[in-house]
Design a protein around this ligand. Structure first.
Ligand code: URA
Length: 435
C-alpha cells in the first residue's frame, strides 16, 4: 500500500512515522489538536506514540510537537511583573525527579531573596519520587491551588511561589502523558523533553534551569541518555525564546538524609537556616548560581543569604502568602522502626531507587493519581555515602502512620546499602552542564 507522507489524517500520519518519515508542521498541529479535542481515537494516538518511541523525532519535529501542545491551552505572561516600579526577572527550575529531591523548597525562596521572581508550577508525586506539592502540603494551612491573579500578586510581593499547574496549561500533554503511562511509551527522549518543556514554556518564565538527574533513582540511568535529554530540552527552550541551562546531577544516591513529605520540609528548613546536609546545600547553591546568572546577576554568591537569614525570611513570606503557618509544628509519624548497619566499615553505596521505594511503601507516595499520601511517612538515613558505621548502628529510621507497612519497606531496603572495609571517595553531585 502506498502512503501519502504528507496527508492530514491519523492513519497516514501513523504510517508516515512508522516508515521513518519526518512529520510536517501541519501534520503535527493536526494530530495534537484533533487528539486533544477527542477526534482521534486513543488506539491511533497510542500507535503514533509507539512509532515515535522507535523512530524518534528531529529537532524541528520536537519543537513543533511542543509548540502544538502549548497551543492547546493558555500561556502565562509575566513580562510586566514589577516591584517598586522595577521590572522583575523571572527564572524557574525544573528537576526530572529524584529520591530525596527537596531542592525546590530552599531554592525558590533563596533566589527570590535577591529580587528575582520564581514562578514554580509543580505537580504531585507518583511512584518512588515525591512531589513538591505533597511536601509543602504537610505545612498546616498551605494551599497549592492559586488563581493566576493570586500567583502574580505573590510573585510581585514575595518573588517565590509554588503552586499547582492549572488544567489549561498544555492540556494536550496531560492527555498524552496519561496515555503514554499505560502504553509503554514514556521512555522516549523526544516525548519526555516535549512534555516537560511544554509545561515550563507555557508557565511564562523568561529563563529556566533544568536539573537532569542521572543514576539508579532517576528516569535516565546513564550519562549519555541524560545528556541527550538535557540537550534536547535546552534546544527546545532556546527555540521557544526561554533562556535555558541544564545541570546533570547524580541520582545513584538519594539526596540529603530524608525522603518523605514532612521529613523533607524539616531538612529544607535546616538548609534555609544555614545548615543541612552537604549535598543538598551544594546542589541548592549550584542551581541558585545558574538561576541568578540567567536573571542577570552572575556575580552573586547565594551562600550569603542562607547565612544571613534572608532566604529564610523569603521562605516564611512564601508559606504565609499561600495560607500556611511557617511556625506550625510539622506532623510527626506515630510509628517508627529502625534498620541497623550489618557490619563495620564505610558506606560505599546507598541505592536511591530502594530508598525511594521504601518511602513510597511507607505511605509517602502514591501508586495511582489522586491517592492520598501520608505527610508523616518516609525514610531517614543516618549515614551517607563515605560515612563510617559500626555493626548495629542505626542506618535507617522508617516513619509511618501504619505499622503494617514496615515489613514491605524493610524488604525494599534489603541490599540497598553496601558497607566496605576501605574508605571511599565521595564526588560532588554535579556531573555535567549544558547551556
Ligand atoms: N515528566 C513529565 O512531565 N513528562 C514526561 O514525559 C516524563 C516526566
Amino acid at each position: 500500500m502506498t502512503v501519502d507522507a504528507h496527508a492530514l489524517d491519523a492513519v497516514s500520519i501513523i504510517a508516515a512515522k512508522r516508515d521513518g518519515a519526518e512529520l510536517t508542521n501541519e501534520q503535527i498541529d493536526y494530530i495534537i489538536a484533533t487528539y486533544t479535542a477527542g477526534e482521534v481515537a486513543e488506539e491511533q494516538m497510542s500507535a503514533l506514540l509507539m512509532a515515535i518511541v522507535w523512530r524518534g523525532m528531529t529537532r524541528r519535529e520536537i519543537a513543533r510537537w511542543t509548540a502544538a501542545m502549548i497551543a492547546t491551552g493558555t500561556r502565562l505572561v509575566f513580562a510586566g511583573l514589577r516591584r517598586d516600579s522595577r521590572q522583575l526577572p523571572t527564572v524557574d527550575k525544573h528537576s526530572t525527579g529524584g529520591v530525596g529531591d527537596k531542592i525546590t523548597l530552599p531554592l525558590g525562596p533563596l533566589v527570590a531573596s535577591y529580587g528575582v521572581a520564581v514562578p514554580q508550577l509543580s505537580g504531585r508525586g507518583l511512584g518512588h519520587t515525591g512531589g513538591t506539592l505533597d511536601k509543602l502540603e504537610s505545612i498546616a494551612g498551605w494551599r497549592a491551588d492559586l488563581s493566576v491573579e493570586e500567583m502574580t500578586n505573590q510573585l510581585a510581593d514575595v518573588g517565590a511561589v509554588v503552586c499547582a499547574a492549572g488544567a489549561d496549561l498544555a492540556p494536550a500533554d496531560r492527555k498524552i502523558y496519561a496515555l503514554r503511562d499505560v502504553t509503554g511509551t514514556v521512555e522516549s527522549i523526544p516525548l519526555i523533553a516535549s512534555s516537560i518543556m511544554s509545561k515550563k514554556i507555557a508557565e511564562g518564565t523568561a529563563a529556566l534551569v533544568l536539573d537532569v538527574k542521572v543514576g539508579s533513582g532517576a528516569f535516565m540511568k546513564n550519562l549519555d541518555d541524560a545528556t541527550e535529554l538535557a540537550r534536547t530540552m535546552v534546544e527546545l527552550g532556546a527555540d521557544a525564546g526561554v533562556a535555558t541551562t541544564a545541570l546533570l546531577t547524580d541520582m545513584n544516591t538519594p539526596l540529603g538524609r530524608t525522603a518523605g513529605n514532612a521529613l523533607e520540609v524539616a531538612e529544607s528548613l535546616e538548609v534555609l537556616a544555614g545548615g543541612g546536609p552537604e549535598d543538598v546545600v551544594e546542589l541548592t547553591l549550584a542551581l541558585a548560581r545558574e538561576m541568578l546568572s540567567l536573571a542577570g546577576l552572575p556575580d552573586i554568591d547565594p551562600a550569603e543569604n542562607l547565612r544571613n537569614g534572608r532566604a529564610m525570611d523569603s521562605w516564611r513570606a512564601m508559606i504565609a502568602g499561600q495560607g500556611g503557618d511557617p511556625d506550625a509544628a510539622l506532623p510527626v509519624a506515630s510509628e517508627r522502626d529502625v534498620v541497623v548497619a550489618p557490619a563495620d566499615g564505610y558506606v560505599s553505596r546507598l541505592d536511591a531507587m530502594a530508598v525511594g521505594r521504601a518511602a513510597w511503601l511507607l505511605g509517602a507516595g502514591r501508586a495511582t493519581p489522586g491517592q492520598p499520601v501520608q505527610a508523616e511517612a518516609g525514610v531517614q538515613w543516618h549515614a551517607g555515602l563515605g560515612d563510617r558505621v559500626q555493626a548495629g548502628d542505626p542506618l535507617f529510621t522508617l516513619h509511618t502512620q501504619t505499622s503494617e507497612r514496615f515489613p514491605s519497606a524493610r524488604a525494599a531496603l534489603t541490599g540497598a546499602v553496601t558497607v566496605s572495609e576501605a574508605a571511599v571517595p565521595v564526588a560532588g553531585r554535579v556531573v555535567g552542564r549544558i547551556s
